[in-house]
Design a protein around this ligand. Sequence first.
Ligand SMILES: O=P(O)(O)OC[C@H]1O[C@H](OP(=O)(O)OP(=O)(O)O)[C@H](O)[C@@H]1O
Ligand SMILES: O=c1cc[nH]c(=O)[nH]1
Ligand SMILES: [Mg+2]
Length: 211
Amino acid sequence: MRLHVVDHPLVAHKLSTLRDERTDSPTFRRLTDELVTLLAYEATRDVRTEEVEITTPVAVTTGTRLSHPRPLVVPILRAGLGMLDGMTRLLPTAEVGFLGMVRNEETLEASTYATRMPDDLSGRQVYVLDPMLATGGTLVAAIRMLLERGATDVTAVVLLAAPEGVEILEKELAGKPVRVVTAALDERLNEHGYIVPGLGDAGDRLYGTAG
Ligand SMILES: O=P(O)(O)OC[C@H]1O[C@H](OP(=O)(O)OP(=O)(O)O)[C@H](O)[C@@H]1O
Ligand SMILES: O=c1cc[nH]c(=O)[nH]1
Ligand SMILES: [Mg+2]
C-alpha cells in the first residue's frame, strides 16, 4: 500500500473551508466536488492508456486514449457519492459501480448493505471514492472485495486520512497493488473514532443530516 498526500495550495485552501464548521451543505458539496477533481488529476497518473492515430488539420500524428478494459469508479455510499461527479468529469468513459457501507458508531465496525458492480474485475483498474479514512475498517473491507474480484490495482481517493487508518491499511493490505491519494493526513482519531482536526461527519455535512 502506498500513500500519496497531495501537496498543493489550492487543495489546502479548499480543504480549510471544507473543515470550517460554518460551511453549509451546498458549499460543502461544491468544495468536495472541486477537491475531487484536483485529487483525481493525481490519482489517475498511472491510468492505463494506449496509442491512437489521429489526424489534426495539419498532419497525422500519434495520440493517447484510455485503454480497455475501462477503469471502474466505485463510490462508497453515502458520503462517497459526493465525490462521483468530480471523478467522472476527468474519467468520462469510466464504468461506475456502487458499494453501500456503514460504520457502526458504537463498535466502529463497517458493514456492507449494497453491492452493485461486476463480479469479475480481472485486469481492471479501480478508483474507490470515500471522503474519510478513519479507522480504516471501511476501506480495508471495500478494497479486499475489489481485489477478490480480480482488480489489478486499486486507488482510494479520500479527502482526509487518519494515521491510525493508514497504518491498518498498510498492515492488512501489505504487498497488494493499492494506493491511497488524500488531500491531507490528519493528527489522530478521537475516542469516538472521528478524525482530528477532521471535518466532522462527511455524510451528514454533504446531505444536511447533522444535528
Ligand atoms: O475508516 P472508518 O472508521 O471505517 O470510517 C470511515 C467511514 O465512515 C463514514 O461513513 P458512514 O459510516 O458515516 O456512512 P455514510 O457515508 O452513510 O454517512 C465515511 O464516509 C467512511 O465510509
Ligand atoms: O471523522 C470522521 C470519521 C468517520 N466518518 C466521518 O464522516 N468522519
Ligand atoms: Mg456518516
